[in-house]
Unconditional design. Structure first.
Length: 345
């Protein structure tokens, strides 16, 4: 197989190289998958530099999210016990996605939805579940709610926009460029605001004052925050608002004066999606059932970045560079195999 193997920490993604390695043999409990597409994540960039909380022992293969076809099934299960069979299209996340082949235990895999490309499926595992878990499970989004989604054109942001809309909410999106705001609107946001303008909370308040009634005139009911903007967002929330702490893409962990939480009668709600598989397995199944229902109803679509094409493992360094440069929207996905070219041959 070919893979991006990391033998030592690198300064940046352009130092990564593709090498040839023996195709790994699956353990009795593992599937062998042929990777068609690999999703990129900011934590991949941290990991290759040795700055991530999870650093495997050297040598290791970079990347975590993928979609592909099953080449071999676990030998520890009978055919009726295994969830997937040879040839099934699956997506998932485990260490080593920047490769032509990957080994994965069953709990890290899900079926690619009907009609979905590998490219779109490779970006689904982390974004959709984080945003559904946050908005539906933690913040209890309801029809009629107003939801403010920060960095709405980012990976989890675009997923959040679609889920909030599907649940009957009105969405105000924030993003740093006109292209990103255009994308947020295309995926369903009702309003899109430039949050580089320091007066953006006023804009949110004005929209709510104009279009909402009762307590809603003061602001939104839910804030979805993957950036680190909870404190400033408290300026434009309604009574009983829920503010979701999703991440700190701006690079700084916020500190908050709790008197403002009391005075505004709001809830600050955290979400650590990756830990649900450990502490609350039943919710993982409920969340994915909810996502697959939205997909089947056509209310949740793939969010792969389309402004530039990343084809072949050799394009992983450039894909990671683009992701780190804040140049992209949605999910940056590398087509490890170009299925369109393959189908024409
Ligand atoms: N809690 C969880 O379980 C969970 C799960 C998944 C991800 N996350 C976290 O959620 C955050 C977003 O993840 P993602 O996959 O959506 O990432 P992403 O696709 O890279 O999007 C991040 C967005 O943040 C905005 N941003 C604001 N300040 C930035 C800065 N200084 N540098 C880079 N981007 C900046 C950018 O939008 P603008 O250019 O429009 O500002 C960018 O589109 C990350 O911190 C991630 O770790 C948390």
């Amino acid at each position: 197989m070919r893979a991006i193997q990391v033998n030592e920490y690198v300064k940046g993604p352009l130092d990564l190289q593709v090498t040839s390695l023996p195709t790994p043999a699956p353990a009795a409990s593992e599937y062998l998958i042929e990777v068609h597409s690999a999703g990129t994540n900011f934590f991949d960039l941290l990991q290759i530099q040795g700055k991530y909380q999870h650093q495997p022992p050297f040598p290791w293969i970079g990347g975590a999210e993928f979609a592909g076809t099953v080449l071999a099934v676990p030998t520890s299960k009978s055919a009726s016990q295994a969830r997937f069979k040879i040839g099934d299209r699956v997506f998932g996340a485990t260490q080593g996605a920047y490769a032509t082949h990957i080994l994965a235990p069953e709990h890290t895999l899900l079926p690619v939805p009907n009609g979905w490309s590998f490219e779109d499926a490779a970006g689904l595992f982390i974004t959709a579940s984080t945003s559904y878990g946050g908005l539906v499970h933690r913040a209890n989004v309801r029809p009629g709610d107003w939801v403010l989604v920060h960095a709405a054109a980012g990976g989890v942001g675009l997923a959040a926009v679609q889920i909030a809309k599907a649940k009957g909410a009105t969405v105000i999106a924030t993003a740093s460029t006109e292209r990103k705001r255009q994308i947020a609107r295309k995926f369903g946001a009702d309003y899109a605001i430039d949050y580089r303008n320091k007066r953006w909370p006023e804009e949110v308040k004005n929209l709510c004052a104009k279009h909402r009634t009762g307590n809603g005139k003061a602001g939104v009911d839910i804030v979805y925050d993957p950036v680190g903007m909870i404190d400033v967002s408290l300026k434009c929330v309604a009574w009983n608002a829920r503010l979701l702490v999703i991440g700190f893409a701006a690079g700084k962990v916020e500190k908050l004066a709790l008197n403002r939480v009391l005075l505004k009668n709001v809830s600050i709600v955290g979400l650590h999606w990756g830990q649900y598989a450990r502490f609350e397995k039943e919710t993982v199944d409920t969340v994915w059932k909810g996502i697959f229902d939205l997909v089947a109803q056509g209310k949740f679509k793939g969010i792969a970045f389309k402004d530039e094409n990343f084809v072949g493992l050799d394009s992983v360094p450039r894909a990671l560079q683009a992701l780190g440069g804040r140049e992209t929207w949605g999910k940056v996905v590398v087509k490890v195999i170009d299925d369109e070219v393959k189908s024409k041959l």
